[in-house]
Design a protein. Structure first.
Length: 104
């Protein structure tokens, strides 16, 4: 019945091309980086020093769409989260597992 429909035949030919373009355009999630033990110890000591001095630090946070940088003043560690204040004065809870890098 639909074998004579040229519109249907045209879509069947175009569809694989559209599918390929769609698959290429899909965003690939940013993989969570592996941090070795030495890097984790460095991050922990740096954050502890920043908490005691209440100074602003720039952290790099892992996100599915790519890494993000934030400038924060760490206040305290609450379980697996870092309670901090950003430059606007708002409070945030950042998962410690998502912190990739810290710099002053």
């Amino acid at each position: 019945m639909a074998t004579d429909n040229k519109m249907w035949e045209g879509h069947r030919i175009i569809y694989p091309n559209l599918r390929k373009i769609y698959q290429e355009s899909k965003e690939v999630p940013f993989p969570h980086p592996y941090l070795d033990e030495q890097k984790l110890e460095y991050l922990e000591s740096f954050l502890q020093q920043a908490i005691t001095s209440s100074s602003f630090v720039r952290i790099t946070i892992w996100h599915q769409n790519g890494s993000q940088e934030k400038e924060i003043a760490p206040l305290q560690q609450q379980g697996n989260y870092l309670k901090c204040r950003n430059t606007l004065g708002a409070f945030e809870n950042i998962p410690l597992a998502n912190i990739i890098d810290v710099e002053s």
